[in-house]
Design a protein around this ligand. Structure first.
Ligand code: ADP
Ligand code: MG
Length: 419
């Protein structure tokens, strides 16, 4: 039997157990259940004295790991001990999404020193030139210790005075870096695409973290972590987040509705029942849906939504991973959620939206009103964002391609909603 301790700051939250049959279980520590700062791992794992079985335990911890090829490659090149999900967390779980640190044994916090190591841009560019996965190289060769979800290559860093540092063990990271998506020929500009779409989302009123591009030989998208904050002494601290797969007790394999994952309504209901402030959060969610339709983000699945812990309970977290996927013709063109049984945007009709609204329990014209507000904000802000982008990146065609895509879709939805 193998054990890992889940910590929040210096407090023991509980124990993760991996038994001889490779089954996981988790139990909260009694001290955590009584602690004034207590909060659960996820909605699916409410605070309780009873141990949790394999499936629900896996749903929380598996969702902390990289997905698909990135995990497979890292495991293929890494130590034997990281071949299981448990082993991966044992090695890299010192810094994960949310507030928990996962460590092998009881740590003496008074003796442990937070450690980090500078990573030069030239080293990153070297790996990119050699067509290597950054997650793989950084975890297996540079000594970085973090675990980040998602199917795309990325790594977590401590970003200070424009310098990049890797966490060596248990140090909270402050930012996430994503290079261009290299699985397809046409996706070489995803850092610019995500930067543009996240800034546009912010301009039209969606809550998003601060994003930027680190310029150089290869563009790197960088986002400030919303699950971290810097305290008065300058120390980085963690805030808990749970994604909507964790919240619903599902592994990352269920992030898409088409793979048996949550529908938009499931996520809507989840916020309705669990957010500490459901009305503004539901409005944000609807705005997110409409914006994703308008920019052509077909990857807006349930793992790209999260709850953030606050002192008053959980709230919908800022949005991340917003970019137009539809501008890349090699990538799937079906929207991640069905709108009234339909997931091809150009087949959506007012009837489809009405059925969808009815199903969510919305007033007849509520979604049309939301769309109208969003489109008038886009009419105002899109030219500003395009201008800013062109001034900063005069050589880049991304904003031009996005402008065409967004305008084409906006015209279509203007007609659909009759606005
Ligand atoms: N700004 C952020 N703050 C905190 N966590 C983030 C942020 N951006 C991404 N994440 C976390 O990292 C994971 C992967 O990031 P994401 O941008 O969704 O990558 P991918 O394109 O691989 O899906 C997310 O599921 C979330 O847990
Ligand atoms: Mg994602």
């Amino acid at each position: 039997m193998n054990k890992l301790i889940v910590y929040y700051e210096e407090l023991e939250v509980g124990t993760l157990i991996f038994d001889g049959d490779e089954r996981l279980s988790f139990q909260y520590d009694t001290s955590w259940l009584k602690h004034p700062s207590r909060f659960p791992l996820s909605i699916a794992m409410a605070l309780s004295e009873k141990p949790f079985g394999h499936l629900v335990t896996k749903s929380f911890f598996e969702n902390l790991l990289p997905e698909g090829n990135i995990r497979a490659l890292t495991q293929e090149h890494g130590k034997n001990s990281i071949q299981t999900e448990f082993g991966f967390l044992k090695e890299f779980g010192g810094d994960c999404a949310g507030a928990f640190k996962i460590r092998p044994a009881k740590i003496s916090f008074s003796k442990s020193k937070l450690t980090r190591k500078e990573l030069k841009l030239s080293t990153i560019y070297g790996y990119l030139k050699d067509k290597k996965s950054l997650a793989d190289e950084i975890l297996n060769h540079e000594g970085g210790k973090f675990s980040l979800a998602g199917a795309q290559d990325k790594f977590a860093i401590i970003y200070q005075q424009k310098k990049i540092y890797l966490p060596l063990d248990g140090t909270p990271t402050t930012h996430i870096i994503k290079p261009a998506v290299r699985n397809f020929k046409s996706t070489h500009d995803t850092p610019y695409n995500e930067y543009f779409c996240m800034k546009l989302a912010n301009a039209v009123g969606l809550h998003v973290p601060h994003v930027d591009i680190i310029e150089g030989e290869f563009p790197l998208f960088v986002t400030q972590r919303f699950d971290r904050f810097i305290d008065k002494k300058g120390k980085a601290c963690r805030i808990h987040q749970q994604d909507f797969c964790q919240a619903q007790g599902l592994t990352s394999l269920k992030k898409y509705e088409t793979e048996g994952g949550p529908t938009f309504k499931d996520n809507y209901e989840l916020i309705k029942s669990h957010s500490a402030s459901p009305i503004p959060d539901l409005n944000q969610l609807l705005k997110w849906l409409l914006l994703n339709l308008v920019i052509g983000n077909n990857d807006s699945h349930s793992k790209n939504l999260a709850f953030l812990q606050t002192t008053n309970g959980i709230r919908l977290a800022p949005f991340y991973d917003i970019l137009s996927t539809s501008i890349y013709k090699e990538v799937g063109q079906r929207f991640s959620f069905k709108i009234g049984e339909q997931n091809l945007w150009f087949k959506l009709k007012i009837r489809t939206f009405q059925k969808f609204s009815l199903d969510l329990g919305l007033n007849d014209d509520f979604l049309a009103k939301q769309a109208k507000n969003l489109f008038s904000a886009l009419d105002q802000k899109l030219p500003v964002e395009i201008q800013d982008f062109k001034e900063r990146f005069p050589e880049q065609m991304t904003s031009k391609v996005l402008e065409e895509e967004i305008k084409k879709r906006m015209n279509f939805f203007h007609e659909v909603f009759g606005i």
